[in-house]
Ligand binder design. Sequence first.
Ligand code: NAD
Ligand code: UDP
Length: 314
Amino acid sequence: MKRILVTGGAGFVGSHLCERLLNEGNEVICLDNFFTGKKSKIIHLLVNPYFLLVRHDVTHPYFAEVDEIYNLACPASPVHYQLNPIKTVKTSVMGAVNMLGLAKRVKAKILQASSSEVYGDPAVHPQTENYWGNVNPIGVRSCYDEGKRCAESLFVSYHQQNHVKIKIARIFNTYGPKMEPDDGRVVSNFIVQALKGNNITVFGHGKQTRSFQYITDLNEALIRLMNTGPEFTQPVNIGNPVEYTILELAHEIIEITGSKSRIIFKALPEDDPTQRQPDITLAKKHLNHWEPKVALREGLTETIVYFDKYLQGK
Ligand code: NAD
Ligand code: UDP
């Protein structure tokens, strides 16, 4: 049995990960300040004696004897991370320093939830890990993008200077049950709008692309990455390479829900990346032939069932 710390464990990705790690027979400490996370996502785990929930902000040091750390704490939706950009930078940077310090002291392996946002509005398509990116360092997304880039830099430095055992996952857009209806990201927005019969808000002309990964595929990859040997320290893209325009996503959700919602077009947010598609060659090679298994239609159907129940108060 391993003792595993999951920061941001009450969030969308973290809540699924805590549950899976517990089911696999580990002891899990979930650390969260509940900025975007909710107790309700992990409340069913509280009866498990091997699960510990701690209200804590990663910008402050934390100490526990653990074998592994998944550092997920950071708001992921543009709406939320832009609410308090200073705090977003602090969470990424000070959170990384504090968790790397802990990993160093207790000799734990530590995995950083980095992001495809380190590529910014990419000039290379699809994105490979050796592409350095195209990020506006002073734009509205910079608190998140540069925070994640600085965290990667810290991870590499702690590895080189202090021999900390690091893993860096560059996660591409991920969706699934347990997202919040007011999360603000595109999949949850469109599903909630479609289920309520409200207008579907496509930003810009909807020609921008994203590649959507289902939550179970992401967590399978994160666990496999954590289990790679100590020599594997380079950043690795984790995403589903099938690329859709945002307009195609809207039509898909309208079709599956059978909604009467209309599509309306709204202003494109500043610095919204025009395209995003992961090259997952490295992940396939090093993560034991991992590749995404859940197609968009299947994943959306599951997520729609979840939101339908949520909105009906079930
Ligand atoms: P989320 O917003 O649902 O979860 C983030 C969690 O971190 C929340 O529970 C929140 O309360 C917590 N948190 C935020 N600031 C904190 C702080 N200072 N101290 C302690 N806890 C704090 O987002 P998510 O989708 O679950 O994302 C999880 C991680 O994966 C994030 O680091 C995110 O940047 C990264 N990521 C996610 C995606 C995606 O598409 N879901 C894509 C790329 C990267
Ligand atoms: N988007 C949209 N309507 C919405 C929310 C988002 O058209 O209601 C677009 C957004 O402009 C972006 C894409 O969907 O081009 C993905 O946005 P999201 O916030 O999910 O994540 P991002 O990949 O931009 O971080």
